[in-house]
Ligand binder design. Structure first.
Ligand SMILES: [Zn+2]
Length: 44
């Protein structure tokens, strides 16, 4: 899962692929990937 953040309104969304449109502000293609630490090894 990737985390995406809307650069317009700051809405955060978790999705495997980039959301095309922000449901909150309606901006198109405003999401940027939010970097998170790589998980090393198996984590379950
Ligand atoms: Zn937004």
């Amino acid at each position: 899962m990737g985390r995406w953040i809307c650069t317009e309104c700051g809405l955060r969304k978790e999705s495997r692929c980039k959301p095309r449109k922000c449901p909150a502000c309606g901006e198109k293609d405003s999401f940027e990937k939010e970097e998170e630490e790589e998980t090393r090894g198996e984590k379950n």
